[in-house]
Design a protein around this ligand. Structure first.
Ligand SMILES: [Fe+2]
Ligand SMILES: [Fe+2]
Length: 371
């Protein structure tokens, strides 16, 4: 799982943080988790009884088929480090190193957040809903692998995330099952498109492959794609989650929240994408368009991302966010900061409302062939 809302850039964290101590690859220092912001990965919890009681019969055959795919464990031997990693970290200049480590941390936290949720779900519903529990257990296996592989790359830079500490100390956001479905479906599918877009770009531009971990993205993204397909099938087993007026509103809300958060965050850390020879805005645009298109397979509505006003409004969010960060970094009392931030928070609220109110596209009109 690659939740869309990932860590804010270091500049968002402010200039008051203590410098990060760096160990060595053989004895990595434990890195303090990045400060929580609206852009950081969330850890989720849900109503386990409602999940356990879920009737899968409306789409049981598809879920069983997906579980069978999970059992095959295609990537069992994929995440094995090779000699390419030796000395690779030393080749990065300090600026690239900094943005790349942030990327690793953000991705590791996101993958780990998926692991925790899926693991807990599989454990809690095992007795009452064995098929669902088994699917979650397989997905937890994949996410643990992804998080572990990223954490090993962090160790190449002399840092490591303390995942046990994160488990015990992160705040957990409670979502009803149907909101878990929307959020995790989108994060899996957006994760697929993010990984594959980077992989395909680097295939064409091998000179920009700054670290060997990118060689693993092709098979890796297939895990995320399968996870997304699982949630697609699960929503179809619970058709009320993707039917009716309220569901349409919620789907729009989640699509917007996920796309806007990713866009604002990625533009704020565009240096990472530059290091790969990518333009953050172009990259995000491609990922958003593809994810929106994919979502039409299960969501009743999707966003009108071809409308130029959609991107104009996202740019206004980027601009407001830049000002908010500048205010945060300034050396003034908290109250003054809050007062100076207020108009930009309000402006963000208004832009989000305008984005939300833009006419959506009915999925059957958008992608009749696949529905
Ligand atoms: Fe993952
Ligand atoms: Fe995943």
């Amino acid at each position: 799982m690659v939740p869309p809302a990932a860590t804010a850039s270091t500049s968002v964290q402010g200039s008051h943080q203590a410098p990060v101590s760096v160990g060595s690859p053989s004895a990595p220092a434990v890195k303090d988790p990045a400060k929580d912001t609206i852009l950081t990965p969330r850890f989720y919890t849900t109503d386990f009884d409602a999940m356990a009681a879920m009737d899968l019969r409306p789409n049981e055959a598809e879920l069983e088929a997906i579980c069978e795919e999970f059992r095959k464990d295609y990537n069992r031997h994929h995440f094995v480090r090779n000699e390419e990693f030796e000395g690779a970290a030393d080749k990065l200049d300090p600026q690239t190193r900094k943005v790349f480590v942030e990327f690793l941390e953000q991705s590791c936290t996101s993958e780990f957040s998926g692991f925790l949720l899926y693991k807990e779900l599989s454990r809690r519903i095992k007795q009452k809903n064995p098929l669902l529990a088994e699917c979650f257990a397989h997905m937890a296996r994949d996410e643990a692998r992804h998080a572990g592989f990223l954490n090993k790359s962090m160790a190449d830079f002399g840092l490591q995330l303390d995942l046990g500490f994160l488990t015990a100390n992160k705040a957990y956001t409670y979502f009803k099952p149907k909101f878990i479905f929307y959020a995790t479906y989108l994060s899996e599918k957006i994760g697929y498109w993010r990984y594959i877009a980077i992989y395909r770009h680097l295939e064409k531009h091998p000179e920009s492959k700054i670290f060997p971990i990118f060689n693993f993205f092709e098979n890796w993204c297939q895990d995320e794609n399968r996870h997304g397909d699982f949630f697609d099938a699960l929503m179809k087993a619970q058709p009320d989650t993707v039917r009716g007026f309220t569901s349409r509103l919620w789907c729009r809300f989640f699509l917007l929240a996920v796309f806007a958060t990713m866009y604002v965050r990625d533009v704020a850390r565009k240096e990472f994408y530059e290091a790969l020879g990518l333009d953050a805005r172009e990259y995000d645009k491609e990922v958003i368009i593809k994810t929106n298109e994919t979502s039409a397979r299960v969501f009743p509505v999707v966003l009108d991302v071809e409308n130029p006003r959609f991107w104009v409004r996202l740019e206004r969010l980027v601009h407001n966010n830049e000002t908010l960060r500048a205010v945060d970094a300034a050396d003034s009392p908290d109250l003054i900061k809050a007062l100076r931030k207020l108009p930009f928070w309000a402006a963000n609220g208004i832009e989000m409302a305008k984005l939300f109110l833009m006419a959506p596209i009915r999925s059957e009109a958008f992608q009749p062939a696949v529905r």
